[in-house]
Design a protein around this ligand. Structure first.
Ligand SMILES: [Zn+2]
Length: 124
């Protein structure tokens, strides 16, 4: 792998010069966020260290960031992830919880606007 090579970039371009070509991820890649270099540590702690393009980061807050999946399971697949490594949602402090909720609402609003889909009605 060359020094300036990014697996995410190579995979998106299909060059395969420094990673698998576009297509089904390797078995190792399936255990890490798809399209990103396998990491011996926590992948979600590594992603924010990448550029927005290489990390597929679409928004950065003070406590959380929003990231796309190179191999989305469905249209609009994204995650809102805290910067701080925690094992469980209940481990987030109040500020992290508030920002995660805000980013989730903003992401849902943006996805619905982009897709032209309205929220599900709760009226009978
Ligand atoms: Zn982590």
């Amino acid at each position: 792998m060359s020094r300036n090579c990014s697996r995410a970039s190579a995979s998106r371009t299909g060059s395969g010069a420094c990673g698998p070509p576009i297509g089904w991820p390797t078995s190792r890649a399936r255990t890490s966020p798809p399209g990103r270099p396998p990491d011996d540590g926590c992948p979600f702690c590594s992603i924010p260290k990448l550029s927005d393009e290489d990390g597929l980061i679409i928004a950065r807050g003070s406590s959380v960031f929003a990231v796309l999946n190179l191999y989305p399971y469905n249209g609009g697949h994204l995650m809102v992830v805290p910067y701080r490594h925690v094992a469980d949602y209940t481990d987030l402090d109040d500020a992290e919880t508030a920002e995660l909720a805000d980013y989730t609402k903003r992401a849902m609003t943006a996805l619905r606007a982009a897709s032209g889909r309205a929220p599900a009605s709760t009226s009978a």
